[in-house]
Design a protein around this ligand. Sequence first.
Ligand SMILES: [Ca+2]
Ligand SMILES: [Ca+2]
Ligand SMILES: [Ca+2]
Ligand SMILES: [Ca+2]
Length: 401
Amino acid sequence: MPVPSSARRAATLSVAALVGALLPVLAAPAATADPGCLTEVAPPGELPLPLPSPIGPGDRCDDSVPPETSLDSVTPTPNGLGFVAQDSITLTFTGKHPDADADPIGFECQFFNTPEAPADWQKCTSPVTYTDLEDTRRELGGKETPYTFRVRAFDAADRPIDATSPSNPLFGTGGAATDVPDIDQTPAETSFKVDTLTPVARIFNEPFDPETPELPMLTTDSPRLRITGSESALTFACDIDGREMPCSDDNVVFHDLGPGTQTLSVSVSDRAGNTSAKPATTTFTVPENLVSPGRRWKTRSSDKYFAGDYLEATRYKSKISVEGTDVREVRLLATTGPDTGKLKFKTPGGVWRKVKLGGKRTQRSAVVIVRNAQSGSFSGPITFRVMSRGKPVQLDAIMLR
Ligand SMILES: [Ca+2]
Ligand SMILES: [Ca+2]
Ligand SMILES: [Ca+2]
Ligand SMILES: [Ca+2]
């Protein structure tokens, strides 16, 4: 005859009530035998006598104090930005018992460069070295996942022992009430990033000069150059002939450069401290702004011109001279076109020669070749003279080299 379900429930309840009533009795001896100890091994061959009532003694106890882990060294030491510049790393670590426990200590390690830590731990001993590390990559959005190393010490004697299990089946209830893990619950940890690549500096939109491509002349004293490098997050160092100039990974304007041939050098360093093997360089010549030698040359301000102004003369024989040493090449930035006056020049010991300022259409600050690099050199003044009446001659800047 089937037992009604209400009767079955009543039977289950009565068993539970019985177990509940017995539990305090069963647990009591174990609890009193478990004040914590240095080792969980039961005393060999000892009968737990005299037998305490009602059932038996605990013949094991719980070592509830695990060893402590310390990470002693990381070689190479990551720099202030958390980077190392090589593809291997060595770590040393130790463990110690905070009490008189003399059990041997073992270690487990984790090493990963994933957003989530792996679930499992590997046995390891100090020192541990990891090699062939790939450079830390910058992911989309700029995120970088570093390498993480973790180590935890454990009590090698007690860890395999279940302190809650009795060692003596005859008095089979004598396990400890707990087995607090014999593993350091606060592993030692360090993180770092790897960058082994030497960055390369680059200069884009270098000055271009169809006449002398190898040594271009600028038509401004404040050139805008595109400075960049082969990696992200680089530090830039720029100088012009040894003079430091502020610059960054950007379009950089180098303001108010003085006249003459000069070299811009750009070096880059990454966050690991790798510095470009050689700087990117570009060499150019900056012309010299022309300033009025007297009333005949009027100074006209306009930011469309070199250094923000130009000179204009309309009177016949208006003169202007510029000194140079060992000069071959001379160029003017000047207005050219059909409405421009006539201009001649003379170097020391030379004859008056024409400067070609003509052309079909008017062009301001055009590059006018007065003498080329194949000309004989001179030292002293080069003199320009207006050879027309009424028509303007407009001169902006001059290059002597
Ligand atoms: Ca121990
Ligand atoms: Ca211990
Ligand atoms: Ca334990
Ligand atoms: Ca000018």
